[in-house]
Ligand binder design. Structure first.
Ligand code: ZN
Ligand code: ZN
Ligand code: FE
Length: 756
């Protein structure tokens, strides 16, 4: 008889880990105990050497699907001769962090129970140790029911028996509930100037299904906030939903009944299918195959698809005959997704057919995650939220304790440092919006409480007016600044633990440079603690400064005028005829006199300029619409065929590119031009990187920045660089856009302070 202590670290709380250990111990006839601390799971086992060895081996092999073990420490200890194997109460031993599981899609076993367990027939909030809400309901660690928004529900006898039975799949399932004791759904609707309600689940589902099939819209409370839903095949309904959301021009996400149905509407490869059906259930951007209502994708050849992840979603599809529902975030004017039932009433009552709520509070608001999957199976995150947050990113050999990284502005995301781990917040939206700014502050407070985080220093962008910068200044801790594009590159270096020198290709919409200009088409030579600007796109003045984002035709005029001055008015350029003469004159004047014309080397603005020139639109209805439309035209299989460009003293000029585009516009189709424009950027990157390698011998390349959400650009550039013998690193755990910046900020400062 020997005794061992096993300490398991990683995501092991809230995923059914202790009951799993209990059952495993029973299988080998081991005695001892298991308990959670807020630091790790501790196991004490006694038995024969051989059976303990087997037991330990199977911990990793058979762990529950959502568990993620990062370390397993084994130690010989004294025997205590326990009588049996027990699950002990959680104890709170230190300030150290134990991970919080992201929310987990309902499991197959629960879907089955929903049909057979008498107290859970059609129970729409069914869950178990392997599935259900986690991050969205937790208030503090350790993860126990009194620390969640389930604390107000008293378990019934039946649930308590399951909760306390170590052999049960719901043993210590904190959100355990049933038809007798748990939260329930309510459908609120408006009739004859009165608010009516239905509480019976079968009636709710039946009325919803009937109304949806008649083209009605519902606000439905999801796991991390409200969604607005309607039949995705009903053009009138989808158009009405677009009206309701106002100012929202983005393609809508769609939830399909099941994978087989989804595959009738979109092309899905094995990697994509695996991600779609994973317990995280994100929205995956897929090439569409068969069309839904035109207002869903508004002309994009792709579809943002997902599969049901809450028991209610499954029940609803059981009652519906349509294949797919639009499932868009319930928010207004780019504000945060609504989580409060009262606010939902205020926003949508009488505007939608009904509001479907349940009476369990959402503690942490979180949107659906959105991503694309590359051919190699890598993820390109567009939005990292439900199912992924708050999983940390670990960087070996670094100490981030007490470091707060504020992030940037447009895609607000902050990070807190705990030991060698960085925990990034969920997507918080555009911080220029007041409501999102409040969301940012509130999330900081919640993360601080949940992870016992006490800031000792803060890292911010160089930009003095970012709300994230202003927020960090209020923390009264020393502040470090990190240049935007250095942070973009460093973020990917941190992901892969790179500590030597890389070529950083940082292409995005905007970021303040060290010379006070707007950067965004950058080739940097980076170490984690420092960088040098090696080459960049040529500066072009942006008439009206920030206004160019909403009115990209200004940028297009600026480019053309920059190259050819007044000649452009003799060149028969189509889009110019669509713009008020006076406006053009005003822009030319401000360009001539350098009034409110900040200089920009931004790749995002370059895409804008080309898209406008090609006639893809004058005014985007959502952020980055024009670059996305430009990307959408690319046929990846067409031969590689870049336009010309000029490199002088490491400054890249697009004058020859624009000249050729103008020339081809009369004779070639948009698809051809879009492809050649993309190839031009790729060719430039190949040339510059090859030069740097010759000059400095650097072999590693990082691609980062919002422009690399462009799947063709990312894939093709990566492939061609690799064929040229480079090692290429791309963001895979975080978005390439500004939502990944906080990790980079944190890494730069950790490495700077380490070297000191
Ligand atoms: Zn389950
Ligand atoms: Zn119950
Ligand atoms: Fe950026």
């Amino acid at each position: 008889m020997v005794a061992r202590r096993v300490i398991v670290r990683g995501i092991v709380q809230g995923v059914g880990f202790r009951p799993f250990i209990y059952r495993l111990a029973a299988q080998f006839g081991l005695k001892g105990w298991v308990h959670n601390t807020n630091e790790a799971v501790h196991i004490h086992v006694e038995g024969t050497e051989n059976s303990i060895a087997h037991f330990i081996q199977l911990i990793r092999l058979q762990a529950p699907p959502a568990a993620n073990i990062t370390a397993l420490e084994i130690e010989a200890v004294d025997t205590a001769f326990p009588q049996n194997f027990e699950i002990l109460h959680s104890t709170d031993v230190s300030e150290a962090v134990t991970r919080v599981s992201p929310d987990i899609a309902v499991c197959e076993e629960c879907l089955h129970d929903m049909q057979v367990q008498p107290h859970r027939i059609q129970y729409p909030l069914i869950n178990c140790c392997h599935c259900g809400p986690r991050f969205t309901i937790i208030e503090q660690l350790p993860y126990d029911r009194p620390h969640t928004t389930m604390s107000v529900f008293e378990m019934c006898e039946l649930c308590r028996n399951e909760y306390t039975d170590p052999s049960n799949r719901r043993f210590h399932a904190q959100p355990i509930a049933c038809n007798h004791c748990g939260p329930h759904y309510t459908l609120y609707y408006w009739k004859d100037e009165n608010r009516e309600r239905i509480d019976d689940i079968a009636t709710i589902l039946d009325s919803m299904a009937k109304a949806i099939e008649k083209g009605k819209i519902f606000a439905l409370k999801g796991i991390g906030g409200y969604n607005l839903i309607c039949n995705a095949q009903d053009e009138q309904a989808v158009a009405a939903l677009r009206q309701l959301k106002r100012r929202e021009g983005k393609p809508f996400a769609v939830m399909f009944r099941d994978l087989a149905t989804l595959m009738q509407y979109a092309h899905v490869n094995d990697h994509e299918a695996q991600i779609l059906t994973s317990f995280r259930r994100p929205i995956v951007i897929l090439p569409s195959k068969k069309s839904l209502a035109p207002s869903v994708s508004i002309g994009f050849p792709t579809i943002g698809a997902m599969l049901p992840y809450m028991p209610f979603h499954y029940l609803l599809f059981d009652n519906l005959s349509c294949d797919a529902l639009v499932f868009t975030s319930g928010n207004m004017h780019d504000e945060p997704i609504v989580i409060d039932d009262g606010k939902a009433m205020l926003e949508w009552e009488r505007k939608v057919e009904g509001i479907v709520a349940y009476n369990r509070n959402i503690r942490n608001r979180v949107d659906d995650s959105v991503l694309a999957v590359t051919e190699a199976g890598e993820l390109i995150f567009i939005r990292r939220a439900r199912g992924y947050v708050p999983e940390p990113i670990r960087v070996e050999g670094c100490n981030f304790e007490g470091v707060f990284a504020a992030g940037a502005e447009l895609t607000g995301t902050f990070a807190i440092g705990k030991g060698n781990e960085v925990i990034l917040s969920q997507y918080l939206g555009d911080l220029q919006n007041y409501e999102n700014h409040v969301f940012y502050r509130e999330s900081f407070e919640r993360f601080s409480k949940l992870f016992r985080f006490f800031p000792r220093l803060a890292v911010v962008d160089l930009h003095p007016d970012y709300h994230s910068t202003l927020f960090a200044e209020q923390l009264n801790v020393p502040i470090f600044q990190v240049q935007h594009h250095h942070a973009h590159v460093a973020s990917v270096m941190a992901e892969y633990g790179i500590s030597d020198t890389v070529i950083g290709i940082a292409w995005d919409g905007t970021g303040l440079g060290t010379d006070g200009n707007i950067w965004g088409g950058e080739f940097l030579i980076c170490t984690p603690s420092n960088f040098e600007r090696y080459a960049h796109f040529e500066y072009v003045p942006l008439p009206g400064g920030d206004r160019v984002v909403e009115e990209p035709w200004r940028t297009s005029i600026a480019y053309l005028y920059h190259f050819w001055k007044d000649e452009i008015f003799k060149m028969n350029i189509d889009f110019l005829s669509k713009i008020d003469r006076k406006k053009i004159q005003a822009i030319v004047l401000s360009l001539e006199k350098h009034i409110n014309c900040p200089l920009s080397s931004s790749a995002g603005r370059l895409f804008d300029a080309v898209a406008v020139l090609m006639g893809l639109g004058l005014k985007p209805s959502f952020h980055a619409e024009l670059p996305m439309r430009l990307e959408a035209l690319v046929q990846a299989y067409e031969p590689f065929s870049p336009y010309s460009y000029e490199i002088k003293e490491n400054i890249i000029s697009f004058a020859p590119t624009f000249e050729q585009i103008l020339f081809e516009m009369g004779q070639k189709n948009q698809t051809h031009i879009a492809k050649r424009f993309h190839d031009t950027l790729i060719d430039i990157a190949l040339t510059i990187c090859t030069n740097i390698r010759l000059e400095k011998g650097i072999e590693k390349i990082v691609l980062s920045g919002g422009t690399f959400q462009n799947k063709y650009l990312l894939n093709k550039l990566k492939t061609m660089l690799m064929q040229t013998g480079f090692q290429v690193y791309v963001p895979s755990q975080l978005p390439p856009n500004d939502a990944g910046i906080a990790l980079g900020q944190m890494y730069v400062v950790a490495m700077q302070t380490k070297n000191r």
